[in-house]
Every structure is written in C-alpha cells, then in structure tokens.
Design a protein around this ligand. Structure first.
Ligand SMILES: O=C(O)c1ccccc1N[C@@H]1O[C@H](COP(=O)(O)O)[C@@H](O)[C@H]1O
Length: 224
C-alpha cells in the first residue's frame, strides 16, 4: 500500500494526532526560514514523547534540511532522535553518500530533461532502506525549497517514476487531489505539508489529515 508522509509538524500534541491518523512517515523541518521550522530542543521532546506513546507503531521520523553541512545534519539526527534526513536543498550526491543510507534527496526539476539528469546523478546513492523513498520529487519553484502548495508536473513525475525504485510525490497534494494524482502517477509514496493545514503553517488539521490518508490509501497502486 502507498506510503503517506505528512511534513512540518511543530508541536507534540499535533504530531501525535497526525501519527494516530495512520501516516507512515512524519517530517520535522529544520530549515529556519520555513514557517514550519522547529528548533532541535522542541523536536527532541516531540520525538521522544511520540516514540514513548506510539511504541512500535510510531511513524518513521524524518528531519527536513536545506543546505546544512553533513556534520550539522548528522548532529541533529542524533540529538533529536530522528530516523532519516530529507535533503531539500542543493545538496550534492557526495553529501547523500556521506550520510550512509540515513538520507534521501528531494528534487524540484524544472522539466523532464533536468529530472532525468537529477535521477541519474543521485541514483548511485539511493538509500536501500525500504521504509524511505529513493528520491522525492517536488514542484519546481525558482526561489523556494518546498512547502509552496504548487503541484509537480505529471509528465515530469511519471518520467522520474520510471527511473526510480521508490519515488515519493510531493507538491500541492491535498485531500481533494491526492487520489487522482496517485491513480495517474502510481508513486511509492505521497507527501504533503500545506495541503493538510487550515491556514496556520506547522499545525495540521485532523479532518484534513484523515481525509488525505483515506484518499491516498484507497487507490490501488501497481505492485500492492
Ligand atoms: O514545508 C516547508 O515549508 C518546506 C520548506 C523548505 C523545504 C521543504 C519544505 N517542505 C516540503 O515541501 C514539500 C511540499 O510541500 P506542499 O505540500 O506543497 O506544501 C514537501 O515535500 C515537504 O516535505
């Protein structure tokens, strides 16, 4: 069944609600300019409480980073108690390699040709762990690294999907459109940040998260 990631939770209570809606991966954002950013101390508390309460059903906990160094990412992963890192900036393939299977890359290709180049460039360092995507594809934006609410091109996503074992689709996904996007693109997983909020970045709506999970998981994906 398709994997669902909800990204950019900022409080323990809201994260617990999202986790109890049945998401597979939960994202915490460490990019300070993001309206969904969380500081490492609050994130550490959130993760330890969530693991204590959820036990084995705790979602995979992912930190989102933009252009931090390997040392900074590795330190935050350890200090906060995260499982994996999502690299949403301009990080090199060498940086993904240095994180030794603990990181996956998010790309925002402008067109099909850039998408194919990006997929080939990162392919040697795709993580092998099947709890996380090999690669995440988000909408192109000239000035922002994510959380824009804009959709990724369907053709670009389909092109990347054909090259990648586990592609996670992001960008403008919400309860109203996720089913149709899953049916058309057949990704391994879907990710949403702004699409399950009620206008307050970093605080997710229970009704929207539930509707998103139900809509995404009700579509049959090839290989299920
Ligand atoms: O959510 C953010 O603010 C953000 C900022 C910088 C990098 C990544 C960010 N979030 C990622 O953006 C995509 C899609 O967001 P949306 O659903 O279109 O709002 C998602 O991958 C988040 O992980």
């Amino acid at each position: 069944m398709i994997k669902v990631k909800v990204c950019g939770v900022t409080t323990y209570e809201n994260a617990l609600m999202v986790a109890q809606c049945g998401v597979d991966l939960l994202g915490l954002n460490f990019y300070k300019p993001s309206p969904r950013s969380i500081n490492p101390e609050d994130a550490r508390y959130l993760c330890s409480q969530l693991r204590a309460v959820m036990g084995a059903s705790c979602p995979v906990l992912v930190g989102v980073f933009v252009n931090d160094s390997v040392d900074e990412v590795a330190h935050i992963l350890r200090y906060v108690g995260l499982d994996f890192a999502q690299l949403s900036g301009d990080e090199s393939a060498a940086m993904v390699a240095e994180l030794r299977g603990r990181a996956f890359k998010a790309i925002r290709p402008m067109d099909e040709s850039v998408a194919l180049d990006d997929a080939a460039y990162y392919a040697p360092y795709f993580p092998q762990n099947d709890h996380i995507p090999s690669l995440l594809i988000d909408a192109y934006h000239p000035g922002l690294y994510g959380g824009t609410g804009e959709g990724a091109s369907q053709t670009v996503a389909q092109t990347v999907k054909a090259q990648v074992p586990r592609m996670m689709l992001a960008g403008g996904l919400k309860p109203e459109n996720v089913g149709e996007r899953v049916r058309a693109i057949q990704p391994w997983g879907v990710d949403t940040a702004s699409g399950v909020e009620d206008g307050i970045p970093g605080i997710k709506s229970e009704a929207k998260v539930k509707a998103f999970v139900t809509a995404a998981k009700s579509i049959e994906v090839a290989g299920d």
